[in-house]
Structure formats: structure tokens, C-alpha cells
Design a protein around this ligand. Structure first.
Ligand code: KG4
Ligand code: ZN
Length: 338
């Protein structure tokens, strides 16, 4: 019989709980965002995030269990994100899941946040098909060669800012709110992507790494020279976005070619970007490849992706003493060890 998992995600500013049966039966799925609390600071304040996780989580666990029509005793294993993310924020979710597991006498499963994002395009499926994975979020820009569940090889990563971070920093320069990626995407829909020429850093480099801090600086210099550019806001947004998207698409296709993958999976908050979807589709059609993203509600941080990642290894419990790992450690990035 399919096992029932309760998963908790608190790596950044989203407090999320999900209850999943097997790989696809969603029994409960709740996300409480703290975005408005952090917006006045122009970024996530770690201590504020962890205090709010602590305040929100007990109620969220109860409501999600009620949605599922279950009591704690009906859960077969408890999973939580244990890294990467903000240490104090991770500790809240991981400690809660461990406490629930200990109290109920059930296994605890530590899940890597990146693995959660990376597998999310396959949500509901029992098998992870071989593919090239692009994980693009506020904290990470990573390319992986995925052979099957648990067999991952890191191919490239950003050397400085993540793609989502570049969106957020440029949004800030343009006086848009935080996090501003979605707003840049929205404004860009009415803009001309060819109006301003921003750099496509490392697009032609031999490796599969990224760099986005030069692009952000170039937008800053551009705005300093042309204070009136804010009146061309849609064109600035569209031109900046085009530069990010060209690099993400170019590198993903190059990586897929190198590894011989016909399938590309994209995940993380930036995978919501409309232009990224359009240009990836065009490039895939041209190169005879296909791509897929997670269902829209699984693209930003959520606990369902954590439950889904854990659903592939319910029999392999993590030590209850396993610690949180705030930093992304490629060497330790294998299924079952964060
Ligand atoms: O995956 P996520 O929710 O959290 C992290 O793990 O970081 O990603 C959040 C990031 C933010 O930088 C946000 O600005 C960006 O995703 N984002 C977008 C869009 N929607 C969210 N960036 C570009 N276009 C969007 N439509
Ligand atoms: Zn994330």
C-alpha cells in the first residue's frame, strides 16, 4: 500500500506543509508566505523568518492534517528540508519534523531543497526520466545531468549571483517591490526586448557555468547614465530579461547536447518566467528536444516537492541526529544525504 508522508519546508520565507500519499495523491498542501513581512526590508531577514516559521508552523501542520482528514498517527513518515537555506529557518522545520517523527515512532527523512525543486517537473510519476535539469531560483542557478532518481551530476552553476537574485536586484534598481522577478516579467510583456543591448555573460564560454552580476551592474550603469530610462520601464525590463533568458536557454541546450539528453526539466521560482518558457520552446523545437516545468503551484517554494522527493526513498530513514546544512554542497548532493 502507498505510504503517507507529511513534509515541512521552511528554508527561506515560505512556511509550507504537505501530505502526500505515494507519489501523486495530494491529501493536503498549504503555503503561508511571509513575503509581505520581509518586503519593507528589501530582502529576507533570517531571524524574522525563523520567528515567523515558529509562530505559523504548529497551526499549519494541524490545518494540513485536517485537510487530509488524518491524525498524526495516520502519517507513515515525516520529511523536512534540511538544506540549503537559512540556518535558523531550516532548524524550525527540521526540528518540528524530527519531533513529530520521534513522538509518533515513525521515520524522519531529510530532504535537499535543490533536489525538491529539481524533481518537481516529474511530480506524480514513480520514475524520474533521464534529463538535463536547470534549477533556477532566488538562491541558485544550477545544471544537472540526471540519469535516474539519486544519480545526479552537477554540470554548471553560477559563479556569483543566481538568476532570480539578478531579477530581484534589477527590480530594486527600478524601484519595483521585493521580490521583483514576477513584476519584471509582467512589465516586460509590453516591452521591446531588442531596445537595449545588455551583456550575455559567459554565453560563449566553453564551460556550463553562469555569471549574472555583470549584467546587474550593467543595468545599474545604464540607469545612472539615463535617469529618464524609468519611463521606458517595459523596454528596460524586457531587454534585461532577454539577456538572462538567452543565457539560461543557451547553456541548457548546450548541456543537453553534451549529455545526450532529449528532455530538459526546469524548476524553481524563475521557471515561472513567461519569456523563458517561450524561448526554451523555440530552441527545443529547433534542436529536436522537449522540455517540461513543474505544475505552476510547485514552481516557487512549497512542501509538496519535498514530500515528492522523499516519496522515492520512504524506506531509507535519515538519522534523527542529522544536522541542517545551510550551504549547497555539491559533493554531498546525492539522494538521501543533504
Ligand atoms: O524557488 P523560489 O521560490 O525560492 C528560492 O528557493 O529561491 O524562487 C524565488 C525567485 C525570486 O528571485 C523571484 O524573484 C523569482 O524566483 N521569480 C521570478 C518570477 N517569479 C518568481 N523571476 C522571473 N520571472 C518570474 N515570473
Ligand atoms: Zn527554492
Amino acid at each position: 500500500m502507498s505510504r503517507i508522508l507529511l513534509a515541512i519546508e521552511t528554508s527561506c520565507d515560505e512556511t509550507a506543509v504537505a501530505v502526500l500519499r505515494g507519489h501523486k495523491d495530494v491529501l493536503g498542501h498549504r503555503i503561508a508566505t511571509q513575503a509581505e513581512i520581509h518586503a519593507p526590508y528589501g530582502g529576507v531577514v533570517p531571524e524574522v523568518a525563523s520567528r515567523n516559521h515558529l509562530a505559523i508552523l504548529p497551526r499549519l501542520v494541524r490545518t494540513t492534517l485536517a485537510d487530509a482528514g488524518l491524525e498524526i498517527a495516520g502519517i507513515d513518515a515525516f520529511a523536512a528540508t534540511t538544506g540549503p537555506g537559512l540556518a535558523a529557518a531550516l532548524l524550525v522545520g527540521a526540528s518540528a519534523a524530527k519531533g513529530l517523527a520521534l513522538g509518533a515512532g515513525k521515520p524522519f527523512l531529510a530532504v535537499n531543497h535543490i533536489e525538491g525543486h529539481m524533481l518537481s517537473p516529474f511530480f506524480g510519476e514513480a520514475r524520474i526520466a533521464p534529463h538535463l535539469a536547470l534549477v533556477v531560483s532566488g538562491g541558485h542557478t544550477l545544471l544537472f545531468d540526471v540519469r535516474e532518481y539519486g544519480d545526479y551530476r552537477l554540470l554548471g552553476r553560477t559563479r556569483d549571483d543566481a538568476a532570480g537574485e539578478a531579477f530581484d536586484k534589477v527590480a530594486k534598481l527600478l524601484g519595483l517591490g521585493y521580490p521583483g522577478g514576477a513584476e519584471v516579467d509582467r512589465l516586460a510583456r509590453d516591452g521591446n526586448p531588442d531596445r537595449f543591448d545588455f551583456p550575455r555573460s559567459m554565453l560563449d564560454s566553453k564551460d556550463l557555468d553562469f555569471s549574472f552580476s555583470g549584467l546587474k551592474t550593467s543595468v545599474r550603469y545604464f540607469l545612472e547614465k539615463r535617469p529618464s530610462a524609468t519611463v521606458d520601464l517595459p523596454d528596460v525590463c524586457a531587454s534585461f530579461q532577454e539577456a538572462v533568458v538567452d543565457v539560461l536557454v543557451g547553456k541548457s541546450l548546450a548541456a543537453a547536447r553534451q549529455c545526450g539528453h532529449s528532455l530538459i526539466g526546469i524548476s524553481g521560482g524563475v521557471s515561472t518566467n513567461r519569456r523563458l518558457g517561450e524561448k526554451l520552446e523555440q530552441a527545443c523545437v529547433k534542436a529536436g528536444r522537449v522540455w517540461r516545468a513543474a505544475p505552476p503551484e510547485l514552481r516557487a517554494d512549497n512542501a509538496l516537492m519535498i514530500a515528492y522527493a522523499a516519496s522515492h526513498r520512504v524506506d531509507r530513514a535519515s538519522p534523527i541526529t542529522s544536522d541542517v546544512r545551510p550551504n549547497f554542497d555539491p559533493a554531498a548532493f546525492i539522494a538521501g544525504s543533504c
